[in-house]
Design a protein around this ligand. Structure first.
Ligand code: S3P
Length: 420
């Protein structure tokens, strides 16, 4: 089995959420190109529409947003349904905390089990009234916003979503809001706020935003999603004879941990046509396959590839020697407990994989065997298991793959096109 060809992947999901939300609270029109086709981003778009924002889809990847400015969102008629998307719920809650009206956010079974105290606490400190199940730990969350004051907040966990929720709330607060990060997390919110005219500063692990400064609509061109590209890049790297180019992929250094890890394992990866727009790097990724060796993934690398750890674990089953993944306890509170689920499902296929409290230990290379495995309603587990099936000469059936649409509806058709 090899992966060959020249492909593009749909727009970055993280940046798409931010473009829709920030355009909605800016003055004037924004044109967003390269929008992700993910169901998660459809949820964000629908929530913005419920708040009175007019969004016109010109085609599948282009949206024109007629922004309401900082003070003209409308109280929603109904509960805002974020589906499976924690990014929608957490970032939107930051904006809702700044609104002088009442709103409720909820989501599907998985999202209603994910930790929300991490945003509720700082937003309450800023002055928002928020209630949720289990003392504000779980959605649905009821938000009575408005009257916010800037705070300085040290994040207890490295999280792009929590940082973004606080910064977005800070746009509506009196004075300055500062977020201190223990380890840098993705910085798309900071980049995009700066491009939309926010008064935002970054200095030594601290981000500061000044409240009540108007934002202005912009043209945004979103690069391809490295988290989607990873599902092809990683198997191409370990399958000798593969030669794959993925064009126009986002290469923001806060997201490229997977490239660093594959290279540390010995992968042949080259970046071409690298350029910057709107503060975001992008370029083409060329991958040629060869045998890889195990590695250690921990520390600052974890937030830079948090969503790519499931596919990295699959690749580690094919690498020579031991791969240790540490400091990744956050995986337990994603769309599923990804540590537990990876051990369970890859174990069914014969992988040598062990659970650690904060990660995984994998020994390879192991030719995987056939079997029936479960996606556990988690899109990245579903795609990781589909890729694992490439390393088995026997049939592997992944049950529950419909959840892939949450982030990457085009996954199966692209995979089909490049595998032979
Ligand atoms: C995201 C941040 C990460 C990531 C998620 C998207 C974002 O979550 O896992 O898929 O868009 O900010 P955390 O902030 O919880 O680490």
């Amino acid at each position: 089995m090899v992966l060959r060809g020249r492909i593009t992947v749909p727009g970055d999901k993280s940046i798409s959420h931010r473009a829709l939300l920030i355009a909605s609270i800016s003055q004037g029109t924004s044109v967003i190109q390269g929008l992700s086709s993910a169901q998660d981003c459809v949820r964000t778009m629908e929530c913005c529409a419920e708040l009175g924002v007019e969004i016109e889809k010109q085609d599948s990847w282009t949206a024109v947003v007629d922004g309401k400015g900082l003070s003209s969102l409308q109280e929603p008629w109904d509960v805002l349904d974020c589906g499976n998307s924690a990014t929608t719920m957490r970032l939107l809650s930051g904006i809702l905390a700044g609104q002088d009206f009442f709103s409720i956010v909820t989501g599907d079974n998985s999202l209603r089990n994910r930790p929300m105290k991490r945003i509720v606490t700082p937003l309450q400190l800023m002055g928002a009234e928020i209630r949720g199940r289990q003392q504000g730990s779980l959605a649905p969350l009821a938000v009575q916003g408005g009257g916010l004051e800037g705070i300085t907040y040290k994040l207890p966990v490295a999280s792009g979503q929590v940082k973004s929720a606080i910064l977005l709330a800070g746009l509506f607060a009196e004075g300055t809001t500062a977020v201190i990060e223990p380890i840098p997390s993705r910085d798309h919110t900071e980049q995009m706020l700066a491009a939309f005219g926010a008064d935002i500063e970054r200095d030594h692990g601290q981000v500061k935003v000044k409240g009540k400064t108007a934002l202005y609509g912009q043209s945004v061109d979103i690069p391809g999603d490295i988290s989607s590209a990873a599902f092809f890049m990683a198997p191409a790297a370990v399958l000798p004879g593969s030669d794959l180019v993925i064009e126009n992929v986002g290469l923001n250094p806060t997201r490229t941990g997977i490239i660093d890890v594959l290279q540390a394992m010995g992968a042949l990866i080259q970046l071409e046509n690298v350029k910057s727009s709107g503060g975001e790097l992008r370029g083409d990724i060329q991958v040629k396959g060869r045998s890889l060796t195990g590695t250690c993934i921990d520390g600052d690398l974890i937030p830079r590839m948090i969503d790519e750890i499931p596919i990295a674990a699959v690749i580690a089953t094919q690498a020579v020697g031991k791969t240790e993944i540490r400091d990744a306890g956050e995986l337990r509170v994603k769309e599923s407990d990804r540590i537990k689920v990876l051990v369970e499902e890859l174990g069914k296929l014969g992988a040598q994989i062990q659970e650690l409290p904060d990660g995984l230990e994998i020994v390879g290379p192991t030719p995987l065997k056939g079997g029936i495995v479960q996606a556990h309603g988690d899109h990245r587990i579903a795609m990781s298991l589909e890729i694992a099936s490439l390393f088995s000469s026997e049939p592997v059936r992944v049950q529950g793959t419909h959840c892939i649409d949450v982030s990457f509806p085009e996954f199966s058709s692209i995979l089909h096109r490049i595998t032979s």
